[in-house]
Design a protein around this ligand. Structure first.
Ligand code: ADP
Ligand code: MG
Length: 497
Protein backbone atom coordinates (compact mmCIF):
# COMPACT_ATOMS: atom_id res chain seq x y z
CA UNK A 1 0.00 0.00 0.00
CA UNK A 2 1.36 3.42 -0.71
CA UNK A 3 0.28 6.97 -0.21
CA UNK A 4 0.55 9.95 -2.43
CA UNK A 5 2.88 12.80 -1.65
CA UNK A 6 0.69 15.37 -3.31
CA UNK A 7 -2.61 15.64 -5.08
CA UNK A 8 -1.06 16.31 -8.45
CA UNK A 9 1.21 13.36 -8.35
CA UNK A 10 -1.12 10.43 -7.98
CA UNK A 11 1.16 7.75 -6.80
CA UNK A 12 -0.13 4.25 -6.93
CA UNK A 13 1.32 0.86 -6.56
CA UNK A 14 0.47 -2.69 -7.24
CA UNK A 15 -0.33 -4.45 -4.08
CA UNK A 16 -0.61 -8.15 -3.54
CA UNK A 17 -1.24 -8.47 0.14
CA UNK A 18 -4.02 -9.49 2.43
CA UNK A 19 -6.96 -7.46 3.57
CA UNK A 20 -8.89 -7.50 6.82
CA UNK A 21 -10.62 -10.69 5.77
CA UNK A 22 -7.28 -12.36 5.39
CA UNK A 23 -7.89 -12.79 1.68
CA UNK A 24 -5.34 -12.27 -0.98
CA UNK A 25 -6.33 -9.25 -2.94
CA UNK A 26 -5.14 -8.39 -6.31
CA UNK A 27 -5.77 -4.80 -7.01
CA UNK A 28 -4.04 -1.51 -7.06
CA UNK A 29 -4.88 0.47 -3.98
CA UNK A 30 -4.80 4.16 -4.51
CA UNK A 31 -4.89 6.18 -1.34
CA UNK A 32 -4.77 9.89 -1.38
CA UNK A 33 -5.97 12.85 0.53
CA UNK A 34 -9.45 13.74 -0.49
CA UNK A 35 -8.89 17.21 -1.88
CA UNK A 36 -11.64 19.79 -1.88
CA UNK A 37 -12.67 19.78 -5.46
CA UNK A 38 -15.23 20.95 -7.89
CA UNK A 39 -16.98 19.00 -10.59
CA UNK A 40 -15.20 21.26 -13.07
CA UNK A 41 -11.87 19.76 -12.05
CA UNK A 42 -12.82 16.16 -12.73
CA UNK A 43 -12.49 16.24 -16.52
CA UNK A 44 -16.20 16.21 -17.36
CA UNK A 45 -17.76 17.69 -20.50
CA UNK A 46 -19.81 20.88 -20.56
CA UNK A 47 -23.02 18.96 -21.30
CA UNK A 48 -22.52 16.78 -18.26
CA UNK A 49 -21.56 19.69 -16.03
CA UNK A 50 -24.77 21.39 -17.07
CA UNK A 51 -26.73 18.29 -16.10
CA UNK A 52 -25.03 18.17 -12.70
CA UNK A 53 -25.97 21.78 -12.22
CA UNK A 54 -29.56 20.84 -12.97
CA UNK A 55 -29.41 18.11 -10.35
CA UNK A 56 -28.36 20.75 -7.83
CA UNK A 57 -25.16 18.97 -6.83
CA UNK A 58 -22.76 21.57 -5.60
CA UNK A 59 -19.59 19.68 -4.99
CA UNK A 60 -18.57 16.08 -5.68
CA UNK A 61 -18.67 13.71 -2.75
CA UNK A 62 -15.34 12.08 -1.78
CA UNK A 63 -16.03 8.88 -3.73
CA UNK A 64 -16.97 10.97 -6.77
CA UNK A 65 -13.84 13.10 -6.48
CA UNK A 66 -11.64 10.06 -6.29
CA UNK A 67 -13.34 7.64 -8.65
CA UNK A 68 -14.44 9.81 -11.56
CA UNK A 69 -11.00 10.81 -12.93
CA UNK A 70 -9.73 7.25 -12.62
CA UNK A 71 -12.78 5.82 -14.38
CA UNK A 72 -12.59 8.49 -17.09
CA UNK A 73 -8.99 7.46 -17.71
CA UNK A 74 -10.27 3.99 -18.55
CA UNK A 75 -9.14 1.93 -15.57
CA UNK A 76 -11.22 -0.71 -13.92
CA UNK A 77 -12.36 0.62 -10.57
CA UNK A 78 -13.53 -0.88 -7.32
CA UNK A 79 -15.26 1.90 -5.45
CA UNK A 80 -15.95 1.39 -1.79
CA UNK A 81 -17.93 3.96 0.15
CA UNK A 82 -20.79 3.91 2.64
CA UNK A 83 -24.37 4.10 1.53
CA UNK A 84 -25.69 7.50 0.61
CA UNK A 85 -22.37 8.91 -0.52
CA UNK A 86 -23.22 9.34 -4.20
CA UNK A 87 -21.88 6.18 -5.77
CA UNK A 88 -24.47 6.32 -8.54
CA UNK A 89 -23.05 9.53 -9.98
CA UNK A 90 -19.52 8.23 -9.28
CA UNK A 91 -20.08 5.61 -11.98
CA UNK A 92 -22.91 7.40 -13.81
CA UNK A 93 -20.82 10.39 -14.85
CA UNK A 94 -17.97 8.34 -16.37
CA UNK A 95 -20.43 6.05 -18.19
CA UNK A 96 -22.34 8.94 -19.72
CA UNK A 97 -19.08 10.55 -20.83
CA UNK A 98 -18.00 7.39 -22.59
CA UNK A 99 -21.14 6.82 -24.64
CA UNK A 100 -20.96 7.54 -28.35
CA UNK A 101 -24.30 9.22 -28.90
CA UNK A 102 -24.65 8.61 -32.60
CA UNK A 103 -24.17 4.90 -32.13
CA UNK A 104 -27.38 3.06 -31.41
CA UNK A 105 -25.84 0.05 -29.74
CA UNK A 106 -26.07 -0.65 -26.06
CA UNK A 107 -22.67 0.49 -24.85
CA UNK A 108 -23.12 0.59 -21.11
CA UNK A 109 -24.61 -1.99 -18.76
CA UNK A 110 -25.34 -1.46 -15.08
CA UNK A 111 -26.29 -4.50 -13.02
CA UNK A 112 -28.18 -3.76 -9.80
CA UNK A 113 -29.75 -6.02 -7.17
CA UNK A 114 -33.35 -4.79 -7.11
CA UNK A 115 -36.01 -3.44 -9.41
CA UNK A 116 -36.35 -0.36 -7.28
CA UNK A 117 -32.67 0.41 -7.76
CA UNK A 118 -32.90 -0.28 -11.48
CA UNK A 119 -35.55 2.40 -11.78
CA UNK A 120 -33.74 4.83 -9.52
CA UNK A 121 -30.33 4.41 -11.15
CA UNK A 122 -31.81 4.68 -14.65
CA UNK A 123 -33.60 7.84 -13.61
CA UNK A 124 -30.38 9.40 -12.38
CA UNK A 125 -28.49 8.34 -15.54
CA UNK A 126 -31.21 9.85 -17.70
CA UNK A 127 -30.81 13.10 -15.83
CA UNK A 128 -27.03 13.06 -16.09
CA UNK A 129 -27.28 12.24 -19.79
CA UNK A 130 -30.02 14.76 -20.51
CA UNK A 131 -27.95 17.29 -22.45
CA UNK A 132 -25.71 14.75 -24.11
CA UNK A 133 -28.93 12.97 -25.10
CA UNK A 134 -27.96 9.56 -23.82
CA UNK A 135 -30.87 7.16 -23.43
CA UNK A 136 -30.93 4.81 -20.45
CA UNK A 137 -33.49 2.04 -20.02
CA UNK A 138 -34.24 0.12 -16.82
CA UNK A 139 -35.22 -3.52 -17.22
CA UNK A 140 -36.34 -5.60 -14.31
CA UNK A 141 -38.48 -8.54 -13.36
CA UNK A 142 -42.15 -7.99 -12.87
CA UNK A 143 -42.45 -5.64 -15.81
CA UNK A 144 -44.17 -6.96 -18.93
CA UNK A 145 -41.63 -8.72 -21.14
CA UNK A 146 -43.20 -7.61 -24.43
CA UNK A 147 -43.18 -4.03 -23.33
CA UNK A 148 -39.52 -4.29 -22.38
CA UNK A 149 -38.67 -5.82 -25.74
CA UNK A 150 -40.40 -2.90 -27.42
CA UNK A 151 -38.51 -0.41 -25.28
CA UNK A 152 -35.24 -2.15 -26.09
CA UNK A 153 -36.00 -1.57 -29.77
CA UNK A 154 -35.89 2.18 -29.09
CA UNK A 155 -32.14 1.67 -28.94
CA UNK A 156 -31.10 2.74 -25.48
CA UNK A 157 -27.36 3.25 -25.12
CA UNK A 158 -27.32 2.18 -21.49
CA UNK A 159 -29.32 -0.58 -19.84
CA UNK A 160 -29.76 -0.82 -16.09
CA UNK A 161 -31.03 -4.23 -15.15
CA UNK A 162 -31.52 -6.78 -12.45
CA UNK A 163 -29.60 -10.04 -13.02
CA UNK A 164 -32.57 -12.36 -13.53
CA UNK A 165 -34.29 -10.22 -16.11
CA UNK A 166 -31.06 -9.45 -17.92
CA UNK A 167 -30.43 -13.17 -18.29
CA UNK A 168 -33.96 -13.68 -19.60
CA UNK A 169 -33.31 -11.18 -22.36
CA UNK A 170 -29.92 -12.68 -23.09
CA UNK A 171 -31.42 -16.13 -23.52
CA UNK A 172 -34.20 -14.82 -25.72
CA UNK A 173 -31.67 -12.80 -27.69
CA UNK A 174 -33.71 -9.69 -27.16
CA UNK A 175 -30.70 -7.80 -25.87
CA UNK A 176 -27.36 -7.47 -27.62
CA UNK A 177 -24.33 -7.10 -25.44
CA UNK A 178 -21.67 -7.32 -28.16
CA UNK A 179 -20.96 -3.60 -28.16
CA UNK A 180 -20.78 -3.08 -24.43
CA UNK A 181 -17.67 -1.13 -23.55
CA UNK A 182 -18.39 -0.41 -19.90
CA UNK A 183 -20.06 -2.55 -17.23
CA UNK A 184 -20.99 -1.56 -13.71
CA UNK A 185 -21.82 -3.84 -10.82
CA UNK A 186 -23.68 -1.60 -8.40
CA UNK A 187 -24.19 -2.63 -4.78
CA UNK A 188 -22.01 -5.62 -5.54
CA UNK A 189 -21.89 -6.84 -1.94
CA UNK A 190 -25.67 -6.78 -1.76
CA UNK A 191 -26.10 -8.60 -5.07
CA UNK A 192 -23.70 -11.32 -4.03
CA UNK A 193 -25.28 -11.63 -0.57
CA UNK A 194 -28.56 -12.17 -2.34
CA UNK A 195 -27.20 -15.17 -4.16
CA UNK A 196 -26.75 -13.66 -7.61
CA UNK A 197 -23.19 -14.92 -8.00
CA UNK A 198 -23.84 -17.36 -10.84
CA UNK A 199 -26.07 -14.89 -12.64
CA UNK A 200 -23.39 -12.25 -12.51
CA UNK A 201 -20.78 -14.65 -13.78
CA UNK A 202 -23.12 -15.65 -16.60
CA UNK A 203 -23.72 -12.04 -17.58
CA UNK A 204 -20.08 -10.96 -17.36
CA UNK A 205 -18.92 -13.96 -19.36
CA UNK A 206 -21.14 -12.94 -22.24
CA UNK A 207 -19.76 -9.45 -22.60
CA UNK A 208 -16.73 -8.78 -24.83
CA UNK A 209 -13.51 -8.98 -22.86
CA UNK A 210 -12.27 -5.66 -24.05
CA UNK A 211 -14.38 -3.59 -21.72
CA UNK A 212 -14.05 -1.45 -18.66
CA UNK A 213 -15.53 -2.80 -15.44
CA UNK A 214 -16.55 -0.68 -12.48
CA UNK A 215 -17.66 -2.28 -9.24
CA UNK A 216 -19.27 -0.28 -6.47
CA UNK A 217 -19.94 -1.62 -3.05
CA UNK A 218 -20.33 -0.49 0.54
CA UNK A 219 -18.14 -3.38 1.67
CA UNK A 220 -15.52 -5.59 0.08
CA UNK A 221 -16.61 -9.07 1.02
CA UNK A 222 -15.01 -12.36 0.05
CA UNK A 223 -17.49 -12.78 -2.80
CA UNK A 224 -16.83 -9.27 -4.09
CA UNK A 225 -13.13 -10.01 -3.98
CA UNK A 226 -13.61 -13.20 -5.97
CA UNK A 227 -15.64 -11.52 -8.67
CA UNK A 228 -13.10 -8.74 -9.03
CA UNK A 229 -10.24 -11.21 -9.23
CA UNK A 230 -12.01 -13.17 -11.91
CA UNK A 231 -13.45 -10.41 -14.08
CA UNK A 232 -11.54 -7.22 -13.56
CA UNK A 233 -8.26 -6.09 -15.07
CA UNK A 234 -5.85 -4.51 -12.62
CA UNK A 235 -8.66 -2.73 -10.87
CA UNK A 236 -7.86 0.32 -8.82
CA UNK A 237 -9.44 0.20 -5.39
CA UNK A 238 -10.78 3.54 -4.31
CA UNK A 239 -12.01 3.88 -0.78
CA UNK A 240 -13.83 6.81 0.67
CA UNK A 241 -14.62 5.92 4.22
CA UNK A 242 -15.34 8.44 6.91
CA UNK A 243 -12.84 8.46 9.72
CA UNK A 244 -11.97 10.28 12.93
CA UNK A 245 -15.37 11.60 13.50
CA UNK A 246 -15.85 13.63 16.63
CA UNK A 247 -19.14 15.14 17.57
CA UNK A 248 -19.41 18.35 19.56
CA UNK A 249 -21.54 18.59 22.66
CA UNK A 250 -24.69 19.41 20.84
CA UNK A 251 -28.02 17.97 21.81
CA UNK A 252 -29.13 15.97 18.83
CA UNK A 253 -32.70 15.21 17.86
CA UNK A 254 -34.43 13.84 14.84
CA UNK A 255 -37.99 14.34 13.71
CA UNK A 256 -39.64 11.88 11.40
CA UNK A 257 -41.72 13.91 8.99
CA UNK A 258 -43.00 13.36 5.46
CA UNK A 259 -41.21 15.42 2.83
CA UNK A 260 -44.14 17.71 2.08
CA UNK A 261 -44.67 18.60 5.73
CA UNK A 262 -41.08 19.53 6.43
CA UNK A 263 -41.55 23.23 5.90
CA UNK A 264 -44.48 23.60 8.29
CA UNK A 265 -42.58 21.63 10.89
CA UNK A 266 -39.58 23.92 10.42
CA UNK A 267 -41.78 26.98 10.98
CA UNK A 268 -43.30 25.45 14.09
CA UNK A 269 -39.85 24.70 15.47
CA UNK A 270 -38.61 28.19 14.72
CA UNK A 271 -41.62 29.66 16.52
CA UNK A 272 -41.18 27.30 19.42
CA UNK A 273 -37.45 27.95 19.83
CA UNK A 274 -37.20 31.54 18.67
CA UNK A 275 -33.49 31.06 18.04
CA UNK A 276 -31.37 34.18 17.97
CA UNK A 277 -29.23 32.68 15.26
CA UNK A 278 -30.00 29.44 13.46
CA UNK A 279 -28.74 27.62 10.40
CA UNK A 280 -31.03 25.55 8.23
CA UNK A 281 -29.20 23.10 5.98
CA UNK A 282 -30.65 22.04 2.65
CA UNK A 283 -29.32 19.40 0.30
CA UNK A 284 -29.14 21.41 -2.89
CA UNK A 285 -28.86 25.01 -4.02
CA UNK A 286 -32.41 24.88 -5.30
CA UNK A 287 -33.58 23.64 -1.95
CA UNK A 288 -31.76 26.42 -0.13
CA UNK A 289 -33.24 29.08 -2.39
CA UNK A 290 -36.74 27.71 -2.04
CA UNK A 291 -36.62 27.35 1.74
CA UNK A 292 -35.17 30.84 2.04
CA UNK A 293 -37.92 32.35 -0.08
CA UNK A 294 -40.61 30.39 1.73
CA UNK A 295 -39.29 31.61 5.10
CA UNK A 296 -39.38 35.21 3.89
CA UNK A 297 -42.93 34.68 2.72
CA UNK A 298 -43.90 33.59 6.21
CA UNK A 299 -42.28 36.60 7.77
CA UNK A 300 -38.99 35.19 9.04
CA UNK A 301 -35.75 37.05 8.64
CA UNK A 302 -33.65 34.67 6.59
CA UNK A 303 -30.85 34.71 4.06
CA UNK A 304 -29.47 32.08 1.67
CA UNK A 305 -25.89 30.96 1.31
CA UNK A 306 -24.78 28.64 -1.48
CA UNK A 307 -22.18 28.21 -4.14
CA UNK A 308 -24.04 30.05 -6.89
CA UNK A 309 -23.66 33.35 -5.08
CA UNK A 310 -20.61 35.44 -5.83
CA UNK A 311 -18.17 36.38 -3.11
CA UNK A 312 -19.65 39.79 -2.39
CA UNK A 313 -23.17 38.36 -2.11
CA UNK A 314 -21.88 35.74 0.28
CA UNK A 315 -20.06 38.30 2.35
CA UNK A 316 -23.12 40.46 2.54
CA UNK A 317 -25.31 37.58 3.78
CA UNK A 318 -22.68 36.53 6.30
CA UNK A 319 -22.24 40.07 7.61
CA UNK A 320 -25.96 40.46 8.09
CA UNK A 321 -26.12 37.13 9.87
CA UNK A 322 -23.21 37.97 12.15
CA UNK A 323 -24.73 41.36 12.94
CA UNK A 324 -28.06 39.75 13.79
CA UNK A 325 -29.91 41.48 10.96
CA UNK A 326 -30.74 38.00 9.64
CA UNK A 327 -31.76 35.41 12.20
CA UNK A 328 -31.81 32.35 9.98
CA UNK A 329 -29.14 31.34 7.55
CA UNK A 330 -30.24 28.77 4.98
CA UNK A 331 -27.19 27.04 3.56
CA UNK A 332 -25.76 24.13 1.65
CA UNK A 333 -23.00 22.04 3.21
CA UNK A 334 -20.32 23.53 1.03
CA UNK A 335 -21.28 27.11 1.69
CA UNK A 336 -21.28 26.62 5.43
CA UNK A 337 -18.14 24.56 5.68
CA UNK A 338 -15.60 26.06 7.99
CA UNK A 339 -17.73 29.03 8.91
CA UNK A 340 -17.03 30.08 12.43
CA UNK A 341 -20.07 31.90 13.59
CA UNK A 342 -20.57 32.85 17.18
CA UNK A 343 -23.75 32.16 18.98
CA UNK A 344 -25.57 29.77 16.67
CA UNK A 345 -27.98 28.12 19.04
CA UNK A 346 -29.86 25.89 16.62
CA UNK A 347 -29.08 23.85 13.55
CA UNK A 348 -31.92 22.41 11.51
CA UNK A 349 -31.12 19.73 8.96
CA UNK A 350 -34.03 20.23 6.60
CA UNK A 351 -32.57 17.32 4.62
CA UNK A 352 -30.47 14.63 6.21
CA UNK A 353 -26.86 15.01 5.05
CA UNK A 354 -25.42 12.50 2.61
CA UNK A 355 -22.62 11.29 4.77
CA UNK A 356 -21.72 11.25 8.45
CA UNK A 357 -18.88 13.70 7.97
CA UNK A 358 -21.23 16.36 6.65
CA UNK A 359 -23.51 15.69 9.58
CA UNK A 360 -20.70 16.36 12.00
CA UNK A 361 -19.67 19.49 10.12
CA UNK A 362 -23.20 20.76 10.22
CA UNK A 363 -23.92 20.24 13.87
CA UNK A 364 -20.44 21.56 14.63
CA UNK A 365 -21.81 24.99 13.66
CA UNK A 366 -23.72 25.10 16.92
CA UNK A 367 -22.70 24.77 20.52
CA UNK A 368 -19.43 26.55 19.87
CA UNK A 369 -17.32 28.36 22.42
CA UNK A 370 -18.63 26.38 25.34
CA UNK A 371 -22.28 27.08 24.63
CA UNK A 372 -24.66 24.24 24.29
CA UNK A 373 -26.44 23.95 21.00
CA UNK A 374 -29.31 21.94 19.65
CA UNK A 375 -29.56 20.16 16.35
CA UNK A 376 -32.74 18.87 14.71
CA UNK A 377 -32.59 16.55 11.74
CA UNK A 378 -35.64 15.92 9.58
CA UNK A 379 -35.93 12.47 8.14
CA UNK A 380 -38.60 10.72 6.17
CA UNK A 381 -39.63 7.30 7.33
CA UNK A 382 -37.41 5.60 4.81
CA UNK A 383 -34.38 7.61 5.85
CA UNK A 384 -34.36 6.10 9.32
CA UNK A 385 -31.78 3.48 8.31
CA UNK A 386 -29.53 6.22 7.04
CA UNK A 387 -29.85 8.05 10.36
CA UNK A 388 -28.85 4.86 12.18
CA UNK A 389 -25.68 4.69 10.10
CA UNK A 390 -24.82 8.23 11.14
CA UNK A 391 -25.50 7.32 14.76
CA UNK A 392 -23.26 4.31 14.48
CA UNK A 393 -20.38 6.16 12.92
CA UNK A 394 -20.59 9.16 15.21
CA UNK A 395 -21.33 6.92 18.20
CA UNK A 396 -23.88 9.34 19.51
CA UNK A 397 -27.53 8.74 20.10
CA UNK A 398 -29.83 11.02 18.17
CA UNK A 399 -33.05 11.36 20.15
CA UNK A 400 -36.44 11.10 18.59
CA UNK A 401 -38.45 14.29 18.91
CA UNK A 402 -42.19 14.53 18.32
CA UNK A 403 -43.52 16.64 15.47
CA UNK A 404 -44.22 20.06 16.98
CA UNK A 405 -47.76 21.26 16.39
CA UNK A 406 -49.06 24.71 15.60
CA UNK A 407 -50.28 24.87 19.21
CA UNK A 408 -46.73 24.22 20.45
CA UNK A 409 -45.50 26.91 18.11
CA UNK A 410 -48.05 29.41 19.35
CA UNK A 411 -47.28 28.56 22.97
CA UNK A 412 -43.59 29.19 22.24
CA UNK A 413 -44.31 32.62 20.80
CA UNK A 414 -46.69 33.51 23.64
CA UNK A 415 -44.01 32.62 26.14
CA UNK A 416 -41.60 34.98 24.38
CA UNK A 417 -44.16 37.81 24.53
CA UNK A 418 -44.77 37.25 28.22
CA UNK A 419 -41.05 37.39 28.88
CA UNK A 420 -40.73 40.60 26.89
CA UNK A 421 -43.65 42.22 28.72
CA UNK A 422 -42.31 41.22 32.15
CA UNK A 423 -38.89 42.53 31.25
CA UNK A 424 -40.40 45.83 30.09
CA UNK A 425 -42.40 46.06 33.33
CA UNK A 426 -39.18 45.74 35.30
CA UNK A 427 -37.77 48.82 33.67
CA UNK A 428 -39.02 52.32 34.49
CA UNK A 429 -42.23 52.76 32.52
CA UNK A 430 -42.90 56.19 31.03
CA UNK A 431 -45.61 58.04 32.88
CA UNK A 432 -47.36 58.84 29.59
CA UNK A 433 -48.09 55.10 29.11
CA UNK A 434 -49.19 54.76 32.72
CA UNK A 435 -51.81 57.43 32.38
CA UNK A 436 -53.18 55.86 29.18
CA UNK A 437 -53.34 52.54 31.04
CA UNK A 438 -55.24 54.11 33.95
CA UNK A 439 -57.71 55.67 31.53
CA UNK A 440 -58.32 52.31 29.80
CA UNK A 441 -58.78 50.47 33.09
CA UNK A 442 -61.62 52.79 34.11
CA UNK A 443 -63.73 51.45 31.27
CA UNK A 444 -62.37 47.92 30.58
CA UNK A 445 -61.61 44.74 32.38
CA UNK A 446 -57.85 44.38 33.07
CA UNK A 447 -57.60 40.72 31.95
CA UNK A 448 -59.21 41.46 28.60
CA UNK A 449 -56.93 44.43 28.07
CA UNK A 450 -53.77 42.54 28.90
CA UNK A 451 -54.81 39.55 26.74
CA UNK A 452 -55.41 41.87 23.78
CA UNK A 453 -52.01 43.49 24.25
CA UNK A 454 -50.30 40.08 24.46
CA UNK A 455 -52.05 38.94 21.32
CA UNK A 456 -50.88 41.99 19.42
CA UNK A 457 -47.32 41.47 20.53
CA UNK A 458 -47.25 37.77 19.69
CA UNK A 459 -46.09 36.54 16.32
CA UNK A 460 -48.81 34.02 15.56
CA UNK A 461 -48.04 31.11 13.25
CA UNK A 462 -48.19 32.25 9.66
CA UNK A 463 -49.69 29.75 7.25
CA UNK A 464 -49.08 31.55 3.98
CA UNK A 465 -49.02 28.83 1.32
CA UNK A 466 -45.60 27.88 0.06
CA UNK A 467 -44.46 25.25 -2.40
CA UNK A 468 -41.15 23.44 -2.39
CA UNK A 469 -39.77 21.05 -4.98
CA UNK A 470 -39.48 17.57 -3.52
CA UNK A 471 -36.03 16.15 -2.92
CA UNK A 472 -35.38 12.49 -3.35
CA UNK A 473 -34.87 10.54 -0.16
CA UNK A 474 -31.48 9.38 0.93
CA UNK A 475 -31.65 5.62 1.10
CA UNK A 476 -29.54 3.45 3.30
CA UNK A 477 -28.59 -0.02 2.32
CA UNK A 478 -30.39 -2.56 4.41
CA UNK A 479 -28.41 -4.17 7.19
CA UNK A 480 -27.34 -7.67 6.49
CA UNK A 481 -29.60 -9.13 9.15
CA UNK A 482 -32.58 -7.79 7.25
CA UNK A 483 -31.51 -9.40 4.02
CA UNK A 484 -33.37 -12.36 2.71
CA UNK A 485 -31.33 -15.54 3.09
CA UNK A 486 -29.10 -16.26 0.11
CA UNK A 487 -30.99 -18.06 -2.58
CA UNK A 488 -28.82 -20.94 -3.60
CA UNK A 489 -31.07 -22.59 -6.09
CA UNK A 490 -32.56 -19.73 -7.90
CA UNK A 491 -34.55 -20.31 -11.01
CA UNK A 492 -33.73 -17.22 -13.00
CA UNK A 493 -36.71 -17.37 -15.31
CA UNK A 494 -39.10 -16.97 -12.46
CA UNK A 495 -37.18 -14.08 -11.02
CA UNK A 496 -39.17 -11.06 -9.99
CA UNK A 497 -36.14 -9.03 -9.27
P1 ADP B 1 -25.07 5.53 -2.79
O1 ADP B 1 -25.22 4.80 -4.08
O2 ADP B 1 -23.65 5.78 -2.43
O3 ADP B 1 -25.83 4.89 -1.67
P2 ADP B 1 -26.59 7.57 -4.14
O4 ADP B 1 -25.82 7.61 -5.40
O5 ADP B 1 -27.91 6.86 -4.18
O6 ADP B 1 -25.70 6.98 -2.96
O7 ADP B 1 -26.77 9.07 -3.64
C1 ADP B 1 -27.52 9.38 -2.49
C2 ADP B 1 -28.18 10.73 -2.67
O8 ADP B 1 -27.20 11.75 -2.78
C3 ADP B 1 -29.03 10.85 -3.92
O9 ADP B 1 -30.21 11.53 -3.59
C4 ADP B 1 -28.18 11.68 -4.85
O10 ADP B 1 -28.98 12.40 -5.76
C5 ADP B 1 -27.45 12.58 -3.90
N1 ADP B 1 -26.13 13.04 -4.37
C6 ADP B 1 -25.21 12.31 -5.04
N2 ADP B 1 -24.11 13.04 -5.29
C7 ADP B 1 -24.34 14.26 -4.75
C8 ADP B 1 -23.57 15.48 -4.69
N3 ADP B 1 -22.35 15.55 -5.22
N4 ADP B 1 -24.13 16.54 -4.06
C9 ADP B 1 -25.37 16.44 -3.53
N5 ADP B 1 -26.14 15.35 -3.55
C10 ADP B 1 -25.64 14.26 -4.16
MG1 MG C 1 -26.06 3.06 -4.64
Amino acid sequence: MCFTESHEELACCLSKGTNSLGLVHNYILREEESPMSAFEQLGLSQATLKAIHGLGFEEPTPIQTKAIPVALAGSDVIGQAPTGTGKTAAFGLPIIEQITVNSEHIQGLVVVPTRELAIQVAEELNKIGEYKRVRTLPIYGGQDMMRQIKLLKNRPQIVVGTPGRLMDHMRRRTIRLQNISIVVLDEADEMLNMGFIDDIKFILSDIPENKQTLLFSASITRAVENISNQFMREPILIKATPRNITVPSTEQHYIEVPERKKFDVLCNLLDLHSPEAAIVFGRTKRRVDEVNQALARRGYSAGALHGDLNQSQRNSVMNQFRAGAIEILVATDVAARGLDIEGVSHVYNFDIPQDPESYVHRIGRTGRAGRKGEAFTFITHRELDHLRIIERITQRKIKRHPIPTMTDALAGQQQITVERVLKAADEPVLSAYKSIAEGLLEQHDSVTLLAAALKLLTKEPNTAPVQLTEERETRAKKQRTHNPPPRRQRRPRKSHR
